[in-house]
Design a binder for this molecule. Structure first.
Ligand code: GSH
Length: 216
């Protein structure tokens, strides 16, 4: 088959951003839903580090970083113009995504699972993570989307992580004075793209019939 394989996990924010880019680029893949506690041998053979998402192209090339999957499929086909159109704009988007994947993600993990880090609670990390949220709320106050006038790479790469943060304590999140960010997140979660991205599939095992993504 010429369609790439995507090893994915439905609720993983990194895998979500990859699937969002697949939808935007119109790329069809053979979707292999992974159980993180029981990773298939074929995934580990392709990428021994054992994280998802992992994309295996028809020629055997393996792309094992979510952002690189987004960039690869969008560089091949970008009908919705998700890729920034200038080098400067691309650098700004990549910088914002790096802040998300770096410091913000660290605080998100500690806020969500303080006991895993021997913390009494996640309040300090919630406050630290909020610094990034304030920054992106400010961006969204001067332009409609992180990408610019329409939804694009930075929005799709960052929204799944903001969503996790928001859902950790939904009452706290909705009480914050970030109306623009809250609206941006709600619109994402209500979108057809989000629904298609979150389509439920059974866990994959060797020998299963192909599950296509997008479905149908
Ligand atoms: N830098 C990687 C991070 C991917 C990652 O950490 N994914 C998590 C799931 S959200 C994972 O696979 N963790 C391995 C595990 O839990 O065993 C990327 O951008 O793709």
């Amino acid at each position: 088959m010429t369609e790439p394989v995507l090893y994915s996990f439905r609720r993983c924010p990194y895998a979500m951003r990859a699937r969002l880019a697949l939808l935007a680029s119109g790329t069809r893949v053979q979707l292999r839903e992974v159980v993180l506690k029981d990773k298939p041998g074929a995934l580990l053979a392709a990428s021994p580090k054992g994280t998802v998402p992992v994309m295996v192209l028809a020629g055997g090339e393996v792309i094992d970083q979510s952002l690189n999957i987004m960039l690869k499929v969008l560089r091949d086909h970008d009908p919705l113009a998700w890729l920034p159109s200038t080098e400067d704009a691309l650098a700004r988007s990549l910088n914002l995504i790096a802040r998300c994947d770096g410091e913000f993600k660290q605080h998100l993990d500690r806020y969500k699972y303080p006991h895993r880090f021997n913390l009494p609670d996640g309040h300090e990390n919630r406050a630290q993570g909020a610094i990034f949220l304030v920054a992106i709320n400010e961006v969204l106050c001067v332009q409609n989307y992180l990408h610019g006038p329409h939804w694009g790479l930075a929005d799709a790469a960052i929204a799944p992580f903001v969503r996790q943060f928001a859902h950790t304590d939904a009452d706290w999140f909705s009480a914050q004075p970030w109306a623009t960010l809250q609206h941006w997140l709600q619109a994402f979660e209500a979108s057809d793209t989000f629904e298609r991205c979150m389509h439920k599939v059974a866990a994959w095992k060797e020998g299963d019939a192909v599950t296509w993504f997008p479905a149908g």
